[in-house]
Design a protein around this ligand. Structure first.
Ligand code: IMP
Ligand code: MG
Length: 174
């Protein structure tokens, strides 16, 4: 039986999202930011973050996969399941991630984007698991640092479940 234990409450998440929004607003004054989410995990965070931003924003998504269905650790092999179908040359890109674990997905995404010659690329992640990092990636905005535990909720899943939890929970047992 799986058991859920709250790690980060919905109130703490809300405060972290607001804090990130204020920092992003300051840095992107006068710019037209293109928020780029890596599906599926980012969708809840991105929806809350963009409604908090007092900036002209556009959104796009790519879909990556590294955790095969039902896995609790990254396979390390990142696949692009759905790429971009808009030009990003000269655009200011803000990658929006749910959580950074090994860093492999972001490294893959950065390489995919850089050859398309955007004006800038910054990374915003709500959750960070720095103890799991295998590839160093430059994180410009980090919301909440979490321990090396498998977590679900607020967009994050286990086997496609639990994304709808309003808080971040540790999934115990199986
Ligand atoms: P990375 O490539 O190892 O950094 O993994 C990044 C992606 O794996 C994240 O964007 C999540 O979608 C997923 N992921 C990483 N850690 C967790 C977790 O604890 N629970 C659920 N999904 C996770
Ligand atoms: Mg993700």
């Amino acid at each position: 039986m799986s058991q859920l234990e709250t790690l980060v409450s919905s109130e703490e998440i809300k405060a972290a999202v607001e804090d990130l929004a204020r920092r992003i607003e300051k840095d992107y004054q006068g710019k037209d930011v293109l928020m780029l989410g890596a599906l599926k995990g980012c969708f809840v965070f991105m929806a809350d973050l963009l409604r908090d931003l007092r900036l002209p924003v556009e959104i796009e998504f790519v879909m990556l996969s590294s955790y095969g269905r039902g896995r609790r650790s990254s396979t390390g092999k990142v696949k692009l399941i759905r790429g971009l179908n808009v030009a990003i040359k000269g655009r200011d890109i803000l990658i929006v991630e749910d959580i950074v674990d090994t860093g492999a997905s972001l490294e893959f995404l950065l390489n995919y984007l850089r050859v398309k010659k955007p004006a800038s690329i910054k990374i915003c992640t709500l959750f960070d698991k720095p103890s799991c990092r295998q590839v160093q990636v430059p994180l410009d905005y980090v919301g909440i640092t979490v321990p090396d535990r498998f977590v679900v909720g607020y967009g994050l899943d286990y086997d496609e479940k639990y994304r709808n939890l309003p808080c971040l929970c540790i999934l115990k047992g199986d």
